[in-house]
Design a protein around this ligand. Sequence first.
Ligand SMILES: N=CN[C@@H](CCC(=O)O)C(=O)O
Ligand SMILES: [Zn+2]
Length: 438
Amino acid sequence: MFKYRLLVHSASQVVTVRNDAKIIAARGQEMRHVDIVEGTEQCGVSVLIDSNGKIAFVGLDTDVAFEFPDVHKEVERTIDARGKSIVPGLVDAHTHPVWVGDRVHEFAMKLAGATYMEVHAAGGGIHYTVEKTRNASEEELYCSLVERLYSMLSTGTTCVECKSGYGLEVDTEIKMLSVIEKARKEVPISISCTYCGAHAVPKGKTSQEATDDVINHQIPKIRELMSKEELHVDNIDVFCEKGVFDVNQSRRILQAGKDAGMNLNFHGDELSPLDGAKMGAELGALAISHLEEISDSGIDAMTKVGSVGVVLPTTAYILRLTPPPVRKMIESGMAVALGSDFNPNAYCMSMPMVMHLACVIFRMSMPEALVAATLNSAAALGRSGDLGTLSVGKCGDMVIINAPRWEHLVYQFGCHNQTISSVIRNGEVVLDAGQCCG
Ligand SMILES: N=CN[C@@H](CCC(=O)O)C(=O)O
Ligand SMILES: [Zn+2]
């Protein structure tokens, strides 16, 4: 049994994001900088991971040799990262990865000018995917989820939030949550599981009937399976939107999830200014996603209680939405996080592309985007105690980049099979140079 699992050495730089493991989120202006250990001409930078997959040390190669003189005899694997840079494993705070059915035809409709809600109202969108997913087997859903999770790993994501939400009734929602539970055990990626039975109002029900079904039927059944350890559901979500679930219905649904021990991480103020953000802040939401239409008072409310704002550049880009006021959110002191919002409407699994879009469309700096895709997205999932930075004692999750400066991960748009050399989770190499060990 080796004392250490992995030593990565000779890197040009290691971006820890924060050296101090006690920092659980970067709020407002704190997002502007990232902590970096820089190498020199003569000496590179090392990351040492212990046998439990935790970070034991980050520092110059010479410091490792001094602090751990026998490390080369005590470590299971070493990686020479000469000419390369290292960032924490990326955390994707918002995905809908469990579904079947092809909606490429809707992309053509949106390019032709149809809005998201016009497609939704016409029975497309979520409803189309619900019909396909209800009829899919657990095995079919599991196989497509595993494929997508390995795709996410190949782009540097080592932790991902996975939602249900294409069942809208108890049996299919539980089928989806069971598929996520199986993946949580079998795929080398950390998963935060979200129940999203209120993703839309199912056909044949009113929003009030659907609200009552979620609260009185779906959540109690899920609670029962959680108590038997058959499901691990971390968060509850609701699509709080005009024509879907209104603010009061959303409040009732989220409160029921909170009473069941779930964190609140929901879709708010995406297409209409309903002040979902204020409602979420009142409930102590851990995170609220989208926020294209957030009000100034919604920003203040979230900032005051510390709710994380999860912004989703791919959806704003694909739907040609007015972007969320991210600069104002950051200047107001909110912790801003990023998610891919991977789903049939926004078909992107790549956090490096999400960071690039966040810089270009949301006018975030590259350090802000990296903080939002690591420390703050981990905070949105309640996981920044052990994920999101390369600080001693936290999980040894990292991305080795084929460039001496980390910014190439964001700057090179969509080329992660060239820019990413290795993806490491808990000190184990899960991806090497363009392959995917899965
Ligand atoms: N807005 C609601 N839910 C997803 C879209 C889901 C879908 O269209 O299938 C979103 O975050 O954009
Ligand atoms: Zn979403």
